[in-house]
Design a protein around this ligand. Structure first.
Ligand code: 4AD
Ligand code: MG
Length: 463
C-alpha cells in the first residue's frame, strides 16, 4: 500500500484499511504510559483526526516533544475507530515532528480563551476551533458572492482603492501620500503643495467603489465590485472596522423596487449557501457561541422581509413607548438601537427601510417628488442593524449637479461621474453589503473584530 498525504477533511471520510499520511497541528494529547491519543487538526475541517500511538514503539524524546501546538506528519494505518465521535483513526507507524511548541510559552494551551485575549494573539488565533470555523465560513461566503453574481451574468469590476473623490461625502478618508511629512512642499501661499505628491493631487483610500461601479453599469449593464474599503471614522463599536470589505452591485435600468428584490434574494442566497455548505462549522458555532444561530439563519431564508418607509418607521418608533438612549424624531439618522427595535421587537424579521430624509444621505441618491426624501434603502437585520445600504441613483444631470452645489461639495474630482448623466444617462440602482456585517450574522459572533483575520480599528494595526 502506498502512502498518501490526505487532508483531514477527506481523510475522515476515507475507508479504513489503507496506509495514510496526515499532517497537522496537535490540539491535545492524552493517554497513559502505554498509549497516547493525539487529536490532530490541519484546518481543512473543524474535526480532528485521532492518532493512536503505542508509546513503546517511539523514542521517548519524540513522544515528549509532541505537545499542544506542535506540527506533525503522521504515517500509519487508517482503521475503524472504537471510540465514539469518529468513524476512523490512525494507528501511528511513524511520526515526524516538523515543529515543536514549547508548553511554557505557547499561548493556546487550555481551551476557553476570551475573544479579547485571542485578538492579542491574532497570529495564532486561526488555530482555534472558533476562528477556524469563522475563517472557513468567510471563505465560503466570498465564493458564494462571486457565484451568485456570476450565475446572473454580472461582471466583476475592479474599482480602484486609491481615489481622489469622496463617494460618501462623509469625509472619513485615509489620506495616501508619499510626501515627507516632516518636510512638506509648500505653495507660494504656504499651503501644502499636492502637485508635488505622487499622484499630483490629494488622494485617499476609497470608502466605496460605487462611483466607479456606476461607470461600469452604464456600459456593461450589471456589475459588482467586491474589495476592501477604508473609513477613518473613530467608531469604536462592535460593528465598525477601519478596513472592511464591501460587495457593491450596480445595475442599469433597476429602480428601487428591483434593487430591494435583488438585495433580499442575495442575502437569502448567501445564508442558504452557508446552511448547505458549512454545517459542521455552523453546528460548532451554534453550540459554542450562539444557541439560536442556525434557527435564526433558517428563519431568514424562509421569511419575506418587511418593506416600509423611513417616515413610517419613525412613527412606529415614536409610538413604541420605548426609552432610547438617542431620542427619535423625523430627520435623525437612525441608531442601531432604533434599527434593532424595528427588526427584533416590532416586526421580528428583517426590514428594508426606504425613502430617507435627503439630509442624512449621500449626494448621489435619487430625489423624490416631495423635495425632502431620497430613494435610499437600508436593509436592517436582527443583532446587526444596518447590513446593506443602497439607493436608486439620481440620473438627472440638473438634479445631481444641483445637489452637489447645494451641499457645497468640491466637484473638481467628480467631472467624470457627472459625465454619465450627460451622455446616455439611465435609471440605475445599487447597494453595498458590508461583508463583515454579513459574517456577524452568519457566524453568530458578536464583535466585528472577530470575523476578519486581521482587524484594523482605531489605535490597532497589529499583524
Ligand atoms: O451605507 P454605506 O456607507 O453605503 C455605501 O458605501 C454605498 N456607496 C453602497 C452602495 O450603494 N454601493 O455602506 C454600505 C455597508 C453598510 O450597510 C454596512 O454594512 C457596511 O457597508 N459598513 C461597514 N462595515 C464595517 N465597518 C464600517 N465602518 C462600515 N461602514 C459601513
Ligand atoms: Mg449606510
Amino acid at each position: 500500500m502506498g502512502k498518501r498525504h490526505i487532508r483531514i477533511a477527506e481523510l475522515l471520510n476515507e475507508a479504513p484499511g489503507q496506509s495514510v499520511v496526515a499532517k497537522g497541528w496537535v490540539r491535545t494529547k492524552r493517554g497513559n504510559k502505554n498509549i497516547a491519543f493525539i487529536a490532530l487538526n490541519d484546518g481543512s475541517t473543524i474535526n480532528n483526526i485521532q492518532v493512536v500511538c503505542e508509546v513503546a514503539n517511539f523514542p521517548e524524546e519524540l513522544m515528549k516533544s509532541i505537545t499542544t501546538g506542535a506540527c506533525l506528519a503522521v504515517t500509519g494505518d487508517l482503521v475503524e475507530s472504537m471510540g465514539s465521535g469518529q468513524k476512523v483513526e490512525i494507528q501511528a507507524k511513524e511520526i515526524v515532528v516538523y515543529g515543536t511548541a514549547d508548553t511554557e510559552t505557547y499561548p493556546l494551551q487550555k481551551k476557553g480563551h476570551s475573544m479579547e485575549f485571542l485578538r492579542e494573539i491574532g497570529h495564532l488565533r486561526p488555530r482555534t476551533n472558533t476562528f477556524g470555523a469563522v475563517l472557513r465560513i468567510r471563505h465560503a461566503m466570498a465564493y458564494a458572492i462571486h457565484k451568485f453574481f456570476n450565475d446572473k451574468g454580472f461582471v466583476y469590476l475592479h474599482t480602484p482603492l486609491i481615489t481622489a473623490s469622496d463617494a460618501e461625502g462623509a469625509g472619513a478618508m485615509f489620506q495616501v501620500t508619499t510626501m515627507d511629512l516632516e518636510n512638506l512642499p509648500r505653495t507660494e501661499e504656504g499651503k501644502i503643495d499636492y502637485k508635488e505628491d505622487f499622484f499630483g493631487k490629494r488622494t485617499s483610500l476609497t470608502v466605496s467603489g460605487q462611483l466607479e461601479g456606476e461607470l461600469g453599469a452604464m456600459a456593461l449593464g450589471n456589475i459588482y465590485t467586491f474589495g476592501p474599503t477604508f473609513r477613518a471614522e473613530n467608531s469604536n463599536t462592535p460593528r465598525h472596522l477601519a478596513e472592511f470589505w464591501m460587495v457593491e452591485p450596480e445595475m442599469a435600468f433597476y429602480e428601487i423596487e428591483d434593487n430591494m428584490d435583488l438585495a433580499e434574494e442575495f442575502i437569502k442566497y448567501l445564508v442558504q449557501y452557508a446552511l448547505d455548505n458549512c454545517m459542521d462549522d455552523l453546528t460548532f458555532l451554534n453550540n459554542m457561541i450562539d444557541k439560536e444561530l442556525i434557527s435564526r439563519l433558517q428563519s431568514v431564508v424562509g421569511t419575506e422581509f418587511v418593506r416600509l418607509t423611513y417616515t413610517e418607521g419613525v412613527k412606529i418608533l415614536e409610538a413604541s413607548g420605548e426609552k432610547f438612549d438617542y431620542p427619535v424624531a423625523w430627520g435623525i439618522d437612525l441608531q442601531s438601537e432604533h434599527e434593532r427595535y424595528l427588526v427584533e421587537k416590532h416586526f421580528g424579521k428583517p426590514v428594508i427601510l426606504t425613502d430617507y430624509p435627503k439630509d442624512i444621505k449621500a449626494f448621489y441618491m435619487k430625489q423624490n417628488e416631495d423635495g425632502k426624501t431620497v430613494r435610499a434603502m437600508d436593509v436592517l437585520f436582527p443583532k446587526i442593524g444596518e447590513i446593506i445600504g443602497g439607493s436608486q441613483r439620481e440620473e438627472s444631470y440638473e438634479k445631481l449637479t444641483g445637489r452637489i452645489k447645494e451641499l457645497n461639495m468640491d466637484d473638481t474630482n467628480l467631472w467624470w461621474y457627472v459625465d454619465t448623466r450627460r451622455f446616455g444617462t439611465a435609471p440605475h440602482s445599487g447597494f453595498g453589503l458590508g461583508f463583515e456585517r454579513l459574517l456577524l450574522f452568519v457566524t453568530g459572533m458578536s464583535n466585528i473584530r472577530d470575523v476578519i483575520p486581521f482587524p484594523r480599528t482605531p489605535k490597532t494595526a497589529e499583524f
